[in-house]
Every structure is written in C-alpha cells, then in structure tokens.
Design a protein around this ligand. Structure first.
Ligand SMILES: *Cc1c(COP(=O)(O)O)cnc(C)c1O
Length: 394
C-alpha cells in the first residue's frame, strides 16, 4: 500500500517549489479605478499600467457608471434566481437582442462570465465519442470546456491549418468541433478564421470562435472578429466577453436561433447559476452603444499600437508580431522576465510577467496591453525604458 501523504505538508512543499521556480502567483492590491494611472497598496508612487484588457478605456467611463446607477434604481441589485427559474429580466432579454443584432447573428445568450460560457457551450455541443480540435495556445477556459465535455481533445500546432486539416480528415468522430481564440490572449495574433471556417464547413464541424480580445476592438464599429473577416455561416458560434473592451462584466454566445435554444436547455453553467444582476445587463446596453460609437477610441488605440511597434528596438528579447492591443515581449527565462517586470515597476511602469503554464515553458514574457485611455507620452516612456533595460540588463 502506498504511504499516505500529509496533504498540508505537500502544499507547504509545493509552494516552496513554486517559489524556487519563479512560478508563485501573487496579486497586487489596486486602490484606484481601472485606468492607466494606477495606485497600488504596496507602492507609494503611482504607476502607469499596461496590464488591463480595458482596450477602449470604458471600465471607468462616467457614462457607464451613470448607467449602472440608473440600472440600480430600476432593478435593485440581485437577480434572485437562475435564468430558468425567475432570474431572467427584461434587461437581459434586451441585451441579448442587442448583441445578436450587433454581431449579425440570429440570437444571443448572456452568460455571467466568459469562462462559464466556454465551459457551458462545449459540453452542450459535443460529448463522449466526439472530437474537439483546438489550437494549442487557446485560452485555458476552452481546454477546461473540452475536458468537461468528455469528447476527445485533439490539439493542433498554433494556427497550423494543414495540421488541422489532416487531423480532421483522420477523425471518424460523429460530431466535430473546431475551437479557437480569435485574438490569442498571450500572443496577440489573429486566427485565420476564414480558412478555419472553410475547414469546418468541409467537415461538417462547428467552429466556435472565442472573441474575448476581438469584440469591441476588431471589425466595423467594433463588431468583432467575424465582422472583421466578413464571415457568416450556420456552423459558426461566437463567444464574446463583456468585461474586456466592453468594460463591464459577463459574456455572450451568439449563433443560430436553435443553437441558442439548445444552450438554454443544455448548458449547465448557464442553467445552474444565479443570473447576473439585471442592472449590469442594463449598463451593458449603454456599453454596446459606446462600442458602436467608438471609432475615435479605436483610431487612437491603433495609433498607440503603431507607436509602440515603431519605437521598440529589441535585440535579445522578441516583440511578437501582432497588430492588436496585445503586444507581448518574449524574454524566455522565468526569473529574467520577473526581474525585468520588477525593473519596470521601479520606474513606475506596470507590465505583468506571464509565465508557464499560462505560456509554454521557456517562453515567459512581458504582456503589454494598450488601451485607448493611454497617451502617446505614456507609450513613449514605456518604449524608451524597455529599450534601455534590454541594452543594460545582463
Ligand atoms: C478572458 C478570457 C476568457 C474568460 O472571460 P471572462 O469573462 O474573463 O471569464 C475566455 N477566453 C479568452 C480568450 C479570454 O481571454
């Protein structure tokens, strides 16, 4: 018989191992609203943050705060129950209709979070004996959704269409689901969605697109990655999040009317949870208006991205090729990446060090994210500091 392990001893030892490997996760306490001008509890001086996914600067937008205030007066706070019992309000219904129209889909379903949307949708579409084809660097929530579904998880090398085509052709699974991030969250590049859709159609597969980092940023009026490529198809299922560029919280899934009906009856993370506060759905209607009218914000964001890319002169470190607000600088070693992140912090610049398992081993990186709320001066200071640190850091 194997000797019993003291589970608490194991956790003490496990934490020490994480420390030794530079992999212990720590949270920093923010004391100001989400904005590039940030104050932290552990730091006297303010920092300029390049961390959030608030790409359009809506998270602290006064018009949204006012919408929340109005929503609270109308709805109070809690929803009181799950959507299928008594927690589905007119505000939720209106938001879903607005999101469907905005994305050009037949119907939409509002989830509490993107994580819950992904783990709820995949098991509703495929199960044991079926196959899920997933880009190797997809978001963790898509991996977890695949595991919950019990379908076989077949991963293909990042954006490798030939490899995907070969795996699809070799599979005799009765139901197939291809799943991809639209904008890869730790790399910033955009998936070849038109080609992925062509493969899905050729193999009678679903294509689930996780547009967490595209919705609000890509496409005309920020309608997202599918609009960016002009794609429509009954095979397409779109997941978009509402806590990133949209600045609030939550997520939606959009697709054919009957697909959404199916999810309402089958998606466990939709069914077995309390509906999110209706005041948020109300505020989200205002947020979608701001997204739609947000061309000036998107133009400023694009100019900031160009400024950063044109300014960085890196030799040892690698700025990944990306045209999105996610601009990762790969350093490689966990400890060196942490050291650079700390050196930036000492200069009043907050850029998170992203380490395995979030990214592959040996590919630790600074994940710079830009927001329409940044100024050119702030980006210039980041560029100048990174150029200098790379030249001087041993
Ligand atoms: C953030 C994110 C999610 C999860 O969305 P939440 O609303 O934060 O739970 C899902 N997929 C991707 C690609 C993400 O970046």
């Amino acid at each position: 018989m194997a000797e019993a392990i003291d589970p608490l001893d194991e956790i003490h030892a496990g934490l020490a191992e994480l420390d030794a490997a530079g992999l212990r996760r720590r949270r920093r306490v923010v004391t100001t609203p989400c904005s590039p001008d940030t104050r932290l509890a552990d730091r006297e001086q303010p920092v300029t943050a390049f961390c959030s996914n608030d790409y359009l600067g809506l998270a602290a937008e006064p018009a949204l705060a006012e919408a929340v205030h109005r929503g609270t007066e109308r709805w109070g706070v809690g929803s009181g129950a799950s959507h299928l019992v008594s927690g589905h309000y007119a505000a939720h219904e209106a938001l879903e209709a607005r999101l469907a129209a905005f994305t050009g889909m037949e119907d939409a379903l509002y989830f509490c979070t993107g994580y819950m949307a992904n783990i709820g949708v995949m098991p509703a579409l495929v199960g044991r004996g079926d196959a899920i084809f997933a880009d190797r660097v997809n978001h963790a929530s898509l991996v977890d959704g695949a595991l919950l579904s019990r379908a076989e998880l077949i991963r293909y090398p990042h954006c490798d269409l030939a490899a995907l085509a070969a795996r699809l052709a070799a599979s005799d699974a009765p139901r197939k689901l291809i799943v991809t991030d639209s904008v890869f969250s730790m790399d910033g590049d955009i998936a070849p969605l038109a080609e992925l859709l062509a493969l899905a159609e050729a193999h009678q597969a679903w294509l689930l697109v996780d547009d967490a980092h595209g919705f609000g940023v890509l496409g005309p009026q920020g309608r997202g990655a599918l609009a960016h490529f002009g794609l429509t198809s009954p095979r397409l299922i779109l997941m978009g999040t509402l806590g990133k560029a949209v600045g609030v919280s939550g997520a939606f899934v959009a697709g054919q009317h009957d697909v959404i009906e199916w999810l309402i009856s089958k998606s466990r993370s939709y069914i077995f949870t309390t509906g999110s506060p209706p005041l948020l759905a109300d505020a989200l209607l205002t947020a979608v208006d701001l997204i739609e009218q947000g061309d000036a914000r998107r133009a400023h964001l694009a100019a900031l991205i160009a400024r950063l890319k044109n300014g960085l002169r890196l030799a040892r470190w690698q700025l990944l090729p990306s045209d999105t607000p996610i601009q990762p600088v790969v350093i490689g070693d966990n400890h060196e990446t942490l050291a650079v992140s700390r050196a930036l912090d000492a200069e009043g610049l907050w850029v998170p060090a992203i380490r395995p398992p979030t990214v592959p081993k040996g590919a630790a990186r600074l994940r710079i994210t830009l927001s329409a709320a940044h100024s050119f001066e702030q980006v210039d200071r980041l560029v100048e500091t990174l150029n200098r640190l790379e030249a001087t850091q041993a």
